[in-house]
Design a protein around this ligand. Structure first.
Ligand code: BEZ
Length: 193
């Protein structure tokens, strides 16, 4: 993991008025916004779960897919992802565009980002349990069945899982049991009985 001690401000602190955004889902491979630094990072107290329905990206209103959100887990261990430092000059436009991209139930919250050089304030998107697309928990079999059969304007729901697993593997040491179990059932169903 890199260090923030060599950040442009030279202080290990965020550059003036820049903002750090934590990505734990599609932002890991479909970033689509300008950033000046990317660092491996984790947050605590939250767990990544395939509990959000996707009727606009990886599914349709008739056949929604499942994508990840964060759910609160008191005393929860690290949830790994990437922290992106967005320059001050871009922050308004970036968040406007992300708010549109993630309008299917996600909202921004403030989180503490654990980077190699320390903990800094950041922002991430979560789908709250009261949003109309929230699906919540289900058996892994049902979750995988839904993912296998869903596809939307952004592509197959299955490809979302493959991309997420690949992105987490690239981070190195960022294992996520929930994602791995779903990935394993989808790519090698006969070994998952
Ligand atoms: C993310 O990759 O952090 C993300 C996940 C869901 C909605 C928006 C962003």
């Amino acid at each position: 993991m890199g260090s923030i001690a060599d950040s442009p401000s030279g202080t290990g602190q965020p550059s003036a008025d820049s903002v750090w955004l934590f990505g734990y889902g599609s932002l890991l491979w479909k970033t689509e916004f300008p950033y000046q630094r990317r660092e491996q990072a984790f947050i605590t107290g939250w767990a990544r779960r395939f509990w959000q329905g996707s009727a606009d990206h990886r599914g349709t209103p008739e056949r929604p897919g499942r994508v990840v959100t964060l759910v609160p887990v008191p005393d929860g261990g690290p949830c790994w992802g990437a922290a992106f430092e967005i320059p001050a000059a871009d922050r308004e436009r970036v968040f406007r565009q992300l708010d549109i991209r993630e309008q299917g139930g996600y909202e921004r919250i403030e989180v503490g980002l654990h980077l190699d050089g320390g903990t800094i304030p950041g922002i991430c998107y979560i789908a709250t349990q009261d949003n109309p697309n929230f699906l919540g928990p289900d058996s892994l079999d049902n979750i995988c069945r839904q993912i296998r059969s869903a596809s939307g304007p952004s592509g197959k729901n299955l490809d979302y899982v493959l991309e997420l697993q690949r992105a987490l593997a690239k981070l190195g040491g960022a294992a996520d049991q929930h994602v791995e179990e779903i990935y394993r059932r989808l790519v090698a169903p006969s070994q998952s009985a």
